[in-house]
Design a protein around this ligand. Structure first.
Ligand SMILES: NC(=O)c1ccc[n+]([C@@H]2O[C@H](COP(=O)([O-])OP(=O)(O)OC[C@H]3O[C@@H](n4cnc5c(N)ncnc54)[C@H](O)[C@@H]3O)[C@@H](O)[C@H]2O)c1
Ligand SMILES: N[C@H](CO)Cc1c[nH]c[nH+]1
Ligand SMILES: [Zn+2]
Length: 435
């Protein structure tokens, strides 16, 4: 049964515990495992990938099987039925349309007389996208990562995903990858996949940027390779926080909580409501739906450890607690959701109103579902086209403009004790005798 609490200090402590759940005592052990995996892959390349795939995914592969072949890619199309193909196509269109609008544009600005300033945007050369595949197959995540990379103009998109069960990688994942323009796919998951993308192996190319969500091993590995490569954000185990008023439908709210809990045993599902009756109804409905849930064990674990209902006196209090948690997904199941928006300070994605389940955003609304978790929404945002791009600053000064600024630049350089900096301006602005 979902716990219901109403004391403010207890609610704050619980929300902090759930937010920090990926930094628990077991973390030291997991960090050590990931550290070891990264070092071994860096040293032994493909051999280490095969060993870890056997250890963590239960499959012994040959080196030649690491890369998904053209034949397998073609065969995948035969295994995906028409409605799924159509849904992938529709989702692709919507995701692409949204991300095209967000394409950053290079700009120049004539700041002062004879001074040009600006930004020049360029995509990374190689992006590695990680597509989770341990407990579920995620064709939607392929689209959410590869489409913005494509829109950004990344020339080489490399995808890694676990080898799947004995039946292999889900055909829907392979079809989505082809729709979205992924250039090559490798059958490797977990921290070993992140290591391969960061350092390169004999088979898997080293990339410049790694994006995509994953479980705790993937997320820790991304954190550790940051610097060797760029990363998007720490998009770890899923979370939803629902703020609901008395008009909210308890069956809808309960289902939305379960929709995130079913991702991972350390997924988080939180309801904050002003209505005690709704709180009780939602808790009962969650129990009811769990009885015949196809992912019962995993989902029950998430609900038991990281599920929570908080009853508050006002929506204002609900928002304060939500800001403290900084959820990956925030649902505003209230009569006037737009009125709450100005007070929301941290959330990866915000779903407004009673008829906007978070699943709309997971699949096809358009905005990205790769979002910061575990409080990272306090400083990070959804994956986007800009994630795959960087910008170079543009600066041009005419001789006249340089003359105008010379004295200030030389004064600053002298103050820093950097004579060549000052001299690089002096030689351009003074007459030859003065040099
Ligand atoms: N934040 C987001 O945007 C977002 C989107 C989709 C999914 N998700 C999250 O992604 C995650 C997917 O997790 P998953 O497990 O299904 O797939 P995954 O691909 O992330 O992880 C599976 C891999 O983990 C490795 N692994 C498993 N147990 C291990 C162990 N004991 N030691 C070392 N490595 C081990 C294996 O190599 C396996 O291939 C979930 O937490 C889900 O909530 C997040
Ligand atoms: N809710 C996940 C992000 O936390 C994304 C997803 C993909 N498929 C279903 N859900
Ligand atoms: Zn989801």
């Amino acid at each position: 049964m979902l716990r219901i609490i109403s004391q403010r200090s207890e609610a704050e402590a619980e929300l902090r515990r759930i937010c920090d759940r990926t930094f628990d005592e077991e973390m030291v052990h997991k960090e050590a495992t990931v550290q070891q995996v990264l070092q071994t892959v860096r040293r032994n390349g493909d051999g280490a990938l095969l060993d870890y795939t056997e250890e963590f995914d239960g499959q012994r592969l040959e080196v030649s099987q690491l890369r998904v072949s053209a034949l397998e890619l073609e065969a995948a199309y035969q295994q995906v039925d028409k409605p799924l193909l159509d849904a992938i196509e529709l989702a692709s269109r919507q995701i692409e349309a949204f991300h095209r609008q967000r394409m950053p544009k290079s700009w120049v600005h004539f700041a002062q007389d004879e001074v040009v300033l600006g930004k020049h945007y360029t995509p990374v050369d190689r992006a590695g996208i990680y597509i989770p595949g341990g407990r579920a197959a995620y064709p939607s995540t392929v689209l959410m990562n590869a489409i913005p990379a494509k829109v950004a103009g990344v020339p080489r998109i490399v995808m890694c995903t676990p080898p799947g069960t004995h039946q292999g990688i889900s055909p829907a994942v392979l079809v989505a990858a082809q729709f979205a323009g992924v250039n090559e796919i490798y059958r490797v998951g977990g921290a070993q996949a992140i290591a391969a993308l960061a350092y390169g192996t004999q088979t898997v190319p080293k990339v410049d940027l790694i994006t995509g969500p994953g479980n705790i091993y993937v997320t820790l590995a991304k954190k550790m390779v940051y610097g060797v490569v760029g990363i998007d954000s720490l998009a770890g185990p899923s979370e939803v926080l629902v703020i609901a008023d008395r008009e909210a439908n308890p069956v809808h709210v309960a289902t939305d909580l379960l929709a995130q809990a079913e991702h991972d045993p350390i997924a988080a599902a939180i309801l904050i409501t002003t209505d005690r009756t709704l709180a009780r109804e939602v808790a009962a409905e969650v129990d009811k739906q769990l009885i015949n849930h196809p992912r019962q064990i995993l989902t029950e674990k998430a609900i038991a450890h990281y599920g929570l209902i908080v009853v508050v006196d006002s929506l204002q209090e609900a928002v304060e607690l939500s800001n403290l948690f900084a959820p990956e997904h925030l649902e505003l199941e209230v009569a006037e959701p737009w009125d709450l928006l100005p007070q929301i300070r941290h959330a990866g994605a915000i779903f407004l109103g009673y008829s906007t389940p978070e699943a709309v955003g997971d699949y096809l609304a358009g905005p990205n579902h790769t979002l910061p978790t575990s409080g990272a929404a306090r400083y990070a945002s959804a994956l986007g086209v800009e994630t795959f791009m960087k910008h170079s600053s543009l600066i041009q000064y005419s001789p006249t403009a340089l003359n105008k600024m010379a004295s200030a630049i030389m004064t600053l350089a002298d103050a820093e004790g950097l004579p060549s900096h000052a001299h690089s301006v002096r030689v351009r602005t003074s007459s030859p005798e003065e040099e």
